[in-house]
Design a protein around this ligand. Structure first.
Ligand code: KIV
Ligand code: ZN
Length: 391
């Protein structure tokens, strides 16, 4: 049984950072459908959009705020007062509103993007958080590009944000540059050095440019973060964000070394993945962890034989634990006799040993020509075998 200090809050940003990637835009109706599913599956915070970005974004944040029953609804805003006020107007309909405000803190972003000095940025941190606190009690502040920020300056910014009233401090790996040990160390250092750090919840936000977004998020939690920002199917800017389904199942499956808890109903993960894929028209890669169509499929003869004897031989979680009805033993050139016999049985055929051997050898020839052998191919092959036996 875990205690509250091990509870990790899941902040889903599919509708904001996820939607920000090229080609993933969603209509209002689609966003409402996704938000409803996220709320039902137990997401703690839904980042519904960036209200200043467009009237459409404003409307969807406002409508999601009106309709959502359980989750906190967050809207994103830059450090400008106009952004923050517009965001406040959109989330004010929520039962539990949050304003999420951010500014870049790395030298490269301050110099080229913001064209502002560190001292000006520091002033903007305090002013923006105070402005947001004037609207709502629940304010998140993010140090954009935190992982490329000088640690002393990062600590000063975090201190200013907490002093001004931020209740969550997010330290993003905006460009997916950090390694897990670096990311963990950054959280430890900031939490140790900043006075009153324990007044805020620390949060991870990882991009996947080097394929380390999920590992980095979990490392951030080891460093003391208790909120993870992530998206369904890992959609997001460039190579995407940390994938919600991978984080949840890593914690569920490896609780022995990841002693945390989320409030997510994991049996809804597959449904959420399919919905987000359908509304964004972004296919899910076949071998994607947890929700890819091959995640619970086995083709090799050795693996199929093992699975037929005991499913723990090659599966570390059950398909139903993530909402998939069953394991599939895909018939192909790597399949063995045991799986072939099992498949025939499932299709209603009982062949004698000789007929089975003949059918199996013809199946192997066929599998050499076709990538996947479907049930209909096997039925046709066995029907031919039976007909030949009667001639
Ligand atoms: O990646 C990032 O830094 C962001 C912030 C706006 C939180 O998405
Ligand atoms: Zn991001």
């Amino acid at each position: 049984m875990s205690t509250d200090k091990n509870r990790v809050v899941i902040f889903d940003t599919t509708l904001r950072d996820g939607e920000q990637c090229p080609g993933a835009s969603m209509t209002l109706e689609e966003k409402l459908e996704v938000a409803e599913l996220l709320d039902t599956m137990g997401v703690d915070i839904i980042e519904a959009g960036f209200p200043i970005a467009s009237n459409g974004d404003f409307e969807s944040v406002a409508e999601i705020s009106r309709r959502t029953k359980n989750a906190v609804i967050a809207g994103l805003s830059r450090a400008a007062f106009a952004d923050i006020d517009r965001c406040a107007e959109a989330v004010r309909h929520a039962r539990r509103p949050r304003i999420h405000t951010f500014i870049s803190t790395s030298p490269v972003h301050m110099k080229y993007k913001l064209q502002k000095s560190p001292e000006t940025v520091l002033e903007m941190v305090a002013a923006s958080v105070a402005r947001a606190r004037g609207h709502v009690d629940n304010v998140e502040w993010s140090a954009e590009d935190a992982t490329r920020t000088e640690i002393d300056f990062l600590c000063r910014c975090v201190e200013a944000a907490i002093k001004a009233g931020a209740t969550t401090i997010n330290l993003p790996d905006t460009v997916g540059y950090a390694t897990p040990s670096e990311y963990e160390a950054m959280f430890r250092t900031v939490r140790e050095r900043v006075p009153d750090a324990d007044k805020a919840v620390f949060s991870t936000h990882c991009h996947n440019d080097l394929g380390m977004a999920v590992a980095n998020s979990l490392a951030g939690v080891a460093g003391g973060a208790r909120q993870i920002e992530c998206t369904i199917n890992g959609i997001g800017e460039r190579a995407g964000n940390a994938a919600l389904e991978e984080i949840v199942m890593a914690i569920n499956v490896r609780r022995d070394v990841l002693p945390y808890e989320t409030g997510i109903d994991a049996t809804m993960l597959t449904r959420a993945s399919k919905l987000v894929s359908a509304v964004t028209s972004f296919p899910v890669q076949y071998n994607k962890a947890i929700v890819g169509r091959n995640a619970f499929a086995h083709e090799s003869g050795i693996h199929q034989d093992g699975m037929l004897k005991n499913n723990t031989t090659y599966e570390i979680m059950t398909p139903d634990s993530v909402g998939v009805s069953k394991t599939s033993l895909v018939m192909g050139k790597h399949s063995g006799r045991a799986a072939f016999r099992d498949k025939l049985k499932a299709l209603g055929y009982e062949l004698g040993e000789n007929a089975l051997n003949d059918a199996f050898s013809r199946f192997k020839d066929l599998a050499d020509r076709k990538k996947v052998v479907y049930d209909e191919d096997i039925e046709a092959l066995v029907d031919q075998e039976i007909a030949a036996a009667h001639d």
